[in-house]
Design a protein around this ligand. Structure first.
Ligand code: SAM
Length: 295
């Protein structure tokens, strides 16, 4: 992480007196200068911090000069841990943080907030960095409608199914990915969505930040040569912004889809991904099946 400017250090005695509640606090995604003064004051002022990894949060607390008790929390934590946090938030201020960025966004917290709301806990959000939104703002892709889809499944079959579900959505798509899996995911996305324009946001807010634009297949080829290091967000243009699929692309998409799905589902997914009429895709799917059976 980039160091915090000394003037941004918050002394614990600057923290306001906080009422009971669950304070959902966003933290930096790589640059400590992005910790808001309010986030720092709340972290310094709560009675307890529910943290994804207390060692990571301890470094953040050290930077703001605060010492606050912490409890490890994951959505798969024992129900008793969650009940205990809800009970404490009813009588004192409790913060929820993840290792980086906005809690609950591909990070723990959903079940805690759900249960806290049901129990009548005062809920307060302290918004701040989120890699998905940061990448979207850099992408130059439409921002009026976007769908955040988190991480794609690791296994090829489940990944193809997940991509087929995204294919017909008329919105910019935002996905998280890791460096080693990036090239394979981009190739699968090109196949399942059509070769749409996309942007890779890497190491955002950090020293080696970059954002690289290209079509999905160009980006897949680029990152197949060398897996990139660091943290990555993929943003993908909505359907309809890429040229119509040619015969070879249609066949490749159909063969990939038919390997894991029925003709009906494969046709639906490929038609949505390519923008080609269902009847045309269906008759080509039948021809490919016939050719396969004959060979
Ligand atoms: N809650 C976090 C948020 O608000 O962005 C996301 C947590 S998720 C477990 C971590 C993933 O977010 C990384 O694998 C990467 O895909 C993305 N990410 C986090 N920090 C990033 C950064 N600085 N640059 C690019 N992507 C980042």
């Amino acid at each position: 992480m980039q160091p915090l400017h000394p003037e941004n250090r918050i002394s614990p005695d600057l923290a306001p007196a906080l009422g009971p509640g669950l304070y959902i606090v966003a933290t930096p995604i790589g640059n400590l200068g992005d910790l808001s003064p309010r986030a720092a004051a709340v972290l310094a002022g709560v009675a307890l911090i529910a943290a994804e990894d207390s060692r990571v949060t301890a470094k953040l607390l050290h930077h703001i000069g605060a010492r606050v008790p912490m409890l490890a929390y994951h959505d798969h934590s024992d129900d008793k841990v969650r009940q205990n946090l809800v009970a404490r938030a009813l009588r004192e201020p409790v913060a929820l943080v993840s290792d980086a960025g906005t809690p609950l966004i591909s990070d723990p917290g959903y079940k805690l907030v759900r249960d806290a709301r049901a129990a009548g806990v005062n809920l307060v959000t302290i918004p701040g960095p989120c890699a998905a939104v940061a990448a979207l703002t850099l992408s130059g892709l439409p921002t009026d409608r976007f769908l955040f889809a988190g991480f794609l499944p690791a296994k090829a079959g489940a990944r193809a199914t997940a991509i087929a579900e995204l294919a017909g959505i008329k919105a910019t798509l935002v996905l998280y990915e890791s460096g080693p899996r990036l090239a394979a995911s981009l190739a699968a996305l090109a196949q399942g969505l059509g070769d749409r324009p996309a942007v890779i946001g890497r190491e955002l807010t950090k020293r080696f930040e970059e954002s690289v634009a290209g079509s999905l297949s160009e980006l897949a080829a680029r990152y197949a040569e060398a897996a990139p290091r660091g943290e990555i967000v993929i943003t993908i243009a909505p359907p309809g912004e890429s040229p119509p699929a040619d015969a070879a692309t249609l066949d490749a998409a159909l063969l990939a889809a038919l390997a894991d799905a029925s003709v009906k589902s494969a046709v639906a997914a490929v038609s949505a991904a390519t923008g080609l009429p269902r009847a045309q895709v269906y008759s080509r799917a039948l021809a490919l099946k016939r050719d396969n059976a004959a060979s």
